[in-house]
Design a binder for this molecule. Structure first.
Ligand SMILES: N[C@@H](CCC(=O)N[C@@H](CSCO)C(=O)NCC(=O)O)C(=O)O
Ligand SMILES: [Zn+2]
Ligand SMILES: [Zn+2]
Length: 190
């Protein structure tokens, strides 16, 4: 079963984060003049994501992605190498123009439940300690990325084995958070 590569950071088992971890520096894959992004806090809601938009390491079926508040994200080196992948997307993924790695993805859209958060890939940090992923999101979306549908049972079984419950959107907690935000915005809930 371990033959399915979910993501290199979890394929050998999910490693727990360090309590009180205060952040680290994310570095892109360029051999010279890499982009550096300082993260000033631990991450929240870390998960593996099967969607086609998040950047996945070569050979991996999933990305690993989490959020921090955007005030905890600072591009400290080679900011000129960054470009927004899709200006129309909710998550403004800033990728290195040379190596293609997604370095940070702020959400700035008005009146969205994720506004003020930035999506990051903590495996780009040389320092271990960021909070571990706790679930798998957009699992069925790996088919959109080219995975044979016949592999889905094995992929979901492997995710369960790793302790990453598979969902086809976000986790129930995050979906409830989004629905609560929408209900309040519509005046249905106080
Ligand atoms: N089936 C689509 C799903 C893409 C999608 O909605 N991705 C989510 C999760 S990304 C991290 O959890 C999302 O919120 N996207 C917003 C955005 O990408 O701006 C597919 O696979 O493409
Ligand atoms: Zn790069
Ligand atoms: Zn995604």
């Amino acid at each position: 079963m371990a033959s399915v590569s979910i993501h290199p950071s979890v394929d050998g088992g999910v490693k727990p984060g360090k309590t009180g971890f205060a952040g680290g520096t994310l570095t892109c894959h360029c051999k010279s003049n890499p982009v550096e992004v300082q993260i000033g806090s631990d991450c929240l809601h870390n998960h593996v994501c099967g969607c086609t938009k998040c950047s996945k390491p070569a050979g991996a079926a999933f990305s690993m992605v989490s959020v921090v508040t955007s005030d905890n994200v600072k591009v400290t080196k080679n900011a000129d190498k960054l470009a927004v992948v899709d200006g129309n997307a909710l998550i403004q993924r800033h990728a290195c123009k040379e190596c293609g790695v997604h370095m940070h993805g702020p959400v700035t859209r008005a009146n969205h439940p994720f506004t003020g958060l930035s999506f990051i890939h903590t495996e780009l940090s040389g320092t271990e300690g960021f909070a571990a992923p706790t679930f798998a999101a957009f699992v069925s979306s790996v088919i959109e990325g080219g995975t044979d549908p016949s592999k889905m049972d094995g992929i979901r079984a492997r995710l369960n084995e790793l302790g990453l419950p598979p969902y086809d959107t976000l986790s129930p907690g995050l979906m409830d958070y989004i629905a609560t935000f929408t209900a309040k915005a519509n005046g249905v809930l106080k």
